[in-house]
Design a protein around this ligand. Sequence first.
Ligand code: FE2
Ligand code: FE2
Length: 183
Amino acid sequence: MLEEKTTRSFAIGAAAGLTAGLAANAVRKIFVQAPTMMAGEWDAALAAEHQATLAIFDQIEKTEDKHKTRRSILLTQLKHALAKHAIEEENAVYAALRTHGQVAEADHLNNDHGYVKQYLFELSAMATDHPQFLPKVADFRTMIEQHMREEEEKIFPKLRGLLSDEENADLTKAMNQEGLKIA
Ligand SMILES: [Fe+2]
Ligand SMILES: [Fe+2]
């Protein structure tokens, strides 16, 4: 009887712990997504993420070969920021581009994302004190800045113009939903 009671209270305790854990995780996710949500509509929010990503590049470029731990922490941050950003764009914005006739543009941007992942893969495989680490980071930055400029100056403004106010608002919502999955 006592054993049964103990088992039951343990199960209730575990369930409460799980619920609290899930709630804490939901709060953490909202916290991670908050800067993007507060940056405004989808295109402004993605531009803010571009700036935050470039700030991580700045930090990496300030390191020296001896700062191995710092480089690996910053590389992890860069990977997380870019994984979330890619899901937001590919699952919402690039899909909206195709729906509105911008198929070649969406496919081109999606192709670039493949090379972003390639750079991250190659940097992860490299010793963080390798003399080619910073030159590879610099090549990566040149490539990703070009991609960001194309999005911000050409392709995203065009999509914004093709969508109604309501569709733009829906896209902002969809983009944040995608971000919360990864946050
Ligand atoms: Fe992109
Ligand atoms: Fe982007």
